[in-house]
Design a protein around this ligand. Structure first.
Ligand SMILES: Cc1cc2nc3c(=O)[nH]c(=O)nc-3n(C[C@H](O)[C@H](O)[C@H](O)COP(=O)(O)OP(=O)(O)OC[C@H]3O[C@@H](n4cnc5c(N)ncnc54)[C@H](O)[C@@H]3O)c2cc1C
Length: 411
């Protein structure tokens, strides 16, 4: 529910109502029901503003894994999302101009779909509708957390809403304010950061032929190119692309006119879906790997991009954050039933222990895939060929790859 003036204290304050903050609040309220602690979500962007104004719900699309579908089902969100997604029945991975390709299919894996593509604006709309409808979640926006100060009972937060200022005490702060996070900097929580010296160009395109629910991961001269199936609109066979290019070249890609861009893209992707007939507005994202050196402190836990930002090549960022959310909700539920303080290090350490293996695995998987497939160095080309071949020939390698892609990770 939307509120105008917050109370002076909450059990949990979520900083950031983006994909991760909004999903966490929903997960907590749905899973804990009447035992749900008093929770406030503070979001810097106005809810009624153009959805593209909010960084989380911009023009991108997100590939949700099969595992993430299960998580959204447990939050009673899937029913609404289902009408807005496009299922992925097959993933084709290939290396442009070189021998070696592999494909995974839902039939082989025995699942209804390997994953689903949702446009971020649609996901944002569904999450916000639920936040507004929820009686147990207070939602304050546009409002900004300016500062967090550790105190005996948790964290004291300075909040601004227009020209009003509030001080709010939180038993636990769930920091989900994205990769730049001034709050994290102010608290002196350092980030390990490695730039990939690449940018992602993202846009929506239309092909002459239907995509047949296939997601393509193509490794091109510039870097990986993902082509993801979107729902048809006005009879257009739409796909979303994430095209990785060198950081110095991205401006040229953004500036080229539509005809030239489509022709370059067609040359890189090939004719598998016929001619590219349309291209939408292009956007650019700098790509890096970053990980917070501390994910917890007394009274605070980091979630989403502020905890770990991954290269989008393997579509793992939000999927991993959703598994983190699932583990954190479980841990907080256990703490409530044992009457332990939510912000204590004992509670939060239990969460970190549940998730650290999964996080490390997803980070390693994404980082090695990015490095291997972004290089034309001869050794990497050979390793790549062998990698694709082993995915074709070795059942165990194929199983591991499929499980990671589908977000079915054993803890
Ligand atoms: C090109 C690209 C493609 C991707 N594709 C995929 C994919 O296919 N699958 C996948 O799983 N992941 C994908 N990802 C990753 C995914 O987008 C991220 O995991 C996700 O956006 C992280 O969301 P977040 O809520 O942590 O951060 P953000 O999206 O940055 O949201 C942070 C929110 O906090 C708010 N905020 C900031 N500061 C404050 C403050 N002081 N007070 C209050 N509010 C504040 C902001 O307004 C914002 O709404 C992709 C990423 C990129 C760049």
């Amino acid at each position: 529910m939307n509120i105008n003036s917050p109370e002076s204290s909450y059990d949990i304050v979520v900083v950031g109502g983006g994909m991760v903050g909004a999903s966490f609040a929903q997960a907590l309220s749905q899973n804990l029901g009447e035992h749900c602690p008093k929770i406030l979500v503070v979001e810097a962007t106005a809810p009624k503003a153009e959805s593209s104004a909010q960084p989380s719900f911009d023009a991108r699309s997100t590939a949700l894994s099969f595992g993430s579908r299960k998580i959204y089902e447990s939050m009673q969100l899937w029913e609404k999302l289902e009408q807005r997604v496009s299922a992925i029945h097959e993933i084709q991975v290939s290396d442009r101009g070189r021998f070696g390709s592999t494909q995974l299919s839902c039939d082989e894996q025995g699942v209804e779909a390997l994953g689903y593509v949702v446009e971020n604006t649609d996901l944002g709309e569904v999450l916000h509708e639920q936040l507004m409808a929820s009686k147990s979640i207070a939602f304050l926006a546009p409002a900004k957390i300016e500062q967090a100060v550790p105190v005996q009972e948790g964290m004291m937060l300075d909040v601004t809403e227009g020209d009003q200022k509030f001080a709010i005490l939180a038993g636990l702060v769930v920091l989900a304010d994205g990769g730049r996070s001034p709050v994290c900097q102010q608290l002196g929580i350092e980030q390990f950061k490695e730039s990939y010296k690449q940018h992602a160009i993202i846009t929506n395109i239309a092909f002459e032929l239907p995509h047949q629910n296939i997601a393509f991961e193509r490794f091109t001269e510039t870097g990986p190119l993902a082509v993801l199936p979107l729902r048809e609109f006005d009879g257009e066979h739409r796909c979303s692309i994430v095209w990785t290019v060198g950081a110095d070249d991205s401006e040229a890609y953004l500036q080229t006119d539509s005809a030239e861009f489509m022709s370059n893209l067609q040359a890189s992707f090939g004719n598998r879906l016929g001619a590219i007939t349309q291209v939408g507005e292009k956007f650019c994202y700098p790509l890096s790997l970053s990980m917070a050196k501390e994910q917890i402190r007394p009274g605070i836990v980091l979630l989403g991009n502020v905890a770990h930002t991954l290269h989008p090549v393997a579509g793992q960022g939000l999927n991993l954050a959703l598994r983190d959310i699932e583990a954190l909700v479980l841990t907080l539920g256990e703490a409530i039933s044992k009457q332990q303080p939510l912000g204590s290090m004992a509670t939060l350490q239990a969460y970190v222990e549940k998730q650290e293996f999964d996080q490390q695995k997803a980070i390693r998987f994404t980082d090695s895939l990015t490095k291997l497939f972004s290089s034309n160095n001869q050794t990497n080309v050979v390793t790549r060929k062998l990698g694709l071949l082993s995915l074709e020939l070795i059942p165990a390698a194929r199983k591991t790859f499929a499980e990671q892609a589908m977000g079915l990770v054993a803890r």
